[in-house]
Design a protein around this ligand. Structure first.
Ligand SMILES: *Cc1c(COP(=O)(O)O)cnc(C)c1O
Ligand SMILES: *[C@@H]1O[C@H](CO)[C@@H](O)[C@H](O)[C@H]1NC(C)=O
Ligand SMILES: *[C@@H]1O[C@H](CO)[C@@H](O)[C@H](O)[C@H]1NC(C)=O
Length: 556
């Protein structure tokens, strides 16, 4: 066939296809299909977020584009690059030790070193980074949850015994398999679901990420949902957002009530649509330590056949023991604990960090499900793998059996009595701090009515910038967290806080007076978090700063 002929035929076919009435209908149908699905998505989005929020989102998006274009102008670009370089130097000077005596180990030593040499080097590194091992002073928020010498010994002994173990080979390390199963069973009973199912994970984030994957796959299998969405309070942990980003789940973030700090149930209900796979509530949340109304969320989850994950990563063994400690009814008419565990109908999953108030070694958490059928959606199985039939319960393949042994040992060492005692001490300390702030520092208010171990406070005085108070506390050696949204500062009480509670209150009073007397409007917390709040471009600058921070972590 000659080229000309081919061309002619092609044209004829094309015309035939384009002007064929059947194709015309198909085109129309295709167009209508895309039009309707997009309209439906827009409708769902607006219904979930509300017109005002959607409008704000569009405005912010446009403002950001405009500012990015402006920042491309040479003069502005130089200024931004300059500021970023300055910030980078500042972050590096804080994190990466430099100077005469600092030896950097950038490649492997030719010959292996002795244990003595290794320990000596570690001592040097600790000394270079002043105060880095000095967590025992207790002036930290969270971070170290037990910190007792005896507990260290117990964990190290268990670890030593199972150093090389790996539960991916249960036939080689049967004891580790048994300990993991027993930890899950013990934690399930703490959360009142002895017939439930669960697995251990490497931490709260993995527990949450696995739960999102489980509910996504459950919804796909049982409800044919292929464009999954989930609804979370704005106080929920960042791990939910991380999971959604990893697994392609659309997130609707619902604000909490300003006074109670509980998620707005009406707005959660409005955000539910045919694509919703799960709801989320915290007991307790990280920012201000308050609980969502799990009973109300459970009722919605039941009515619409959705998953409901209750995040007890931080609540951990504290919320599990509050009732037994006689503290669930609250003190002085405040701090009452609402129902949150598997006794609440509609709860399908709970995450509990053993490495927080379970005092187990870092790198351990438990994800629980209402039943084993739901847990199946968490598993990964590849029957045809060339390396053999492959099955793994959670994200990791090989896992540290030594950590499981450490967690098992810590839990048996504490026992129910031990946890009850530590729950009483820690919660009493937190409530005392909250009460003292309410009664004796009129410039501040406590956010919500936190029933467990976290106390967050904010300013109600026009001259007191709470982030500046946070800076003044840092100067006094406290490591607290600054909150975005409503600016605030948070303290997660641990066993180590109990001994320094009075010092905390005294320092806080001084910090407030100082911030009030001479407000500077400057400081690290103000600079970083103030930026994040205030301008359209703030969040992207903070994102860049955070990326710089992450890069700095890998400077040897
Ligand atoms: C700590 C925490 C998590 C999980 O954090 P990890 O650091 O991964 O253990 C999740 N939710 C809340 C409320 C937390 O405080
Ligand atoms: C180390 O601790 C001391 C006393 O607690 C304090 O004065 C000093 O500022 C700290 N140094 C650093 C770098 O944090
Ligand atoms: C999901 O879709 C399949 C076929 O596409 C159908 O057979 C099944 O009934 C659907 N299930 C639900 C729960 O809608």
């Amino acid at each position: 066939m000659s080229t000309a002929l081919a061309k002619q035929r092609l044209t004829t076919w094309t015309k035939a296809i384009l002007f064929n009435p059947a194709v015309d209908n198909a085109k129309t149908i295709l167009f209508l299909y895309f039009f309707v699905t997009h309209l439906l998505r827009v409708h769902r989005h607006i219904r979930a977020r509300g017109i005002v929020t959607t409008g704000k989102e569009i405005y912010t998006w446009c403002a950001q584009r405009v500012i990015f274009l402006l920042l491309r102008l040479p003069s502005a670009r130089d200024k931004v690059t300059g500021e970023m370089a300055k910030a980078r130097v500042d972050i590096e000077s804080k994190l990466v030790p430099r100077g005469e005596g600092v030896v950097r180990h950038l490649s492997l030593p030719e010959q292996g070193k002795s244990l003595d040499w290794i320990l000596e080097e570690m001592a040097k590194m600790d000394a270079e980074l002043e105060n880095s091992t000095d967590y025992r002073h207790g002036k930290l928020s969270g971070a170290v949850y037990h910190g007792g010498d005896e507990m260290d010994k117990v964990i190290v002994a268990a670890y030593a015994r199972y150093t090389v173990s790996n539960p991916i080979h249960p036939d080689v390390f049967p004891a580790v398999r048994k300990m993991e199963a027993e930890i899950v069973s013990q934690v399930l009973r703490l959360f009142n679901n002895p017939d439930g199912a669960g697995t251990m994970t490497s931490g709260g984030t993995e527990s949450i990420v696995m739960s999102v994957k489980t509910h996504r796959d459950w919804a796909r299998a049982t409800k044919n949902i292929t464009r999954p969405e989930m609804i979370i309070p704005d106080s929920a942990h960042a791990a939910f957002d991380k999971a959604a980003e990893y697994f392609g789940v659309k997130v609707h973030v619902i604000p909490v009530d300003r006074a109670t700090r509980r998620v707005d149930i009406k707005r959660v209900k409005r955000a539910i649509n045919a694509n919703t796979i799960m709801l989320v509530g915290s007991s307790v949340n990280f920012p201000d330590g308050n609980q969502d109304d799990i009973t109300a969320l459970g009722a919605l989850a039941t009515a619409y056949n959705l998953g409901l994950h209750v995040d007890c990563c931080l609540g951990s063994f504290i919320v599990a023991y509050l009732e037994k400690a006689g503290l669930a009814e609250g003190t002085n008419g405040r701090y009452k604990l609402l129902p949150f565990d598997f006794r609440v109908p509609g709860v399908t999953a709970i995450s509990c960090d053993t490495h927080k108030y379970g005092f187990a070694p870092k790198g351990t958490s438990v994800i629980m499900y209402r039943n084993a059928a739901l847990r199946e959606y968490q598993y990964y199985v590849y029957p045809d793998w060339m390396g053999g039939v492959y099955g793994s319960p959670s994200f990791s393949g090989s896992r540290p059996g030594a950590l499981i042994a450490g967690a098992w040992a810590a839990m048996q060492y504490m026992g129910s009595e031990g946890y009850l005692q530590s729950c009483r001490e820690i919660v009493t300390c937190a409530r005392r701090i909250a009460d003292t702030i309410r009664e004796t520092i009129p410039e501040l208010y406590v956010m919500g009515d936190p029933p467990a171990s976290v106390v967050a406070f904010a300013s109600k005085h026009p001259k007191v910038n709470i982030l500046e108070v946070g800076d003044k506390m840092s100067q006094r050696g406290w490591h607290l967290n600054a909150l975005n949204g409503t600016p605030g500062v948070h303290l997660a009480c641990t066993r180590l806080t109990v001994q320094v509670a009075d010092e905390f209150i005294a320092d806080l009073k001084d910090a407030v007076s100082e911030a009030k007397a001479s407000p500077s409007g400057k400081g690290t917390m103000v600079a970083l978090y103030g930026l994040g709040n205030s301008s359209a471009v703030g969040p992207s600058m903070v994102r860049q700063l955070a990326t710089t921070f992450l890069d700095t972590l890998y400077k040897a």
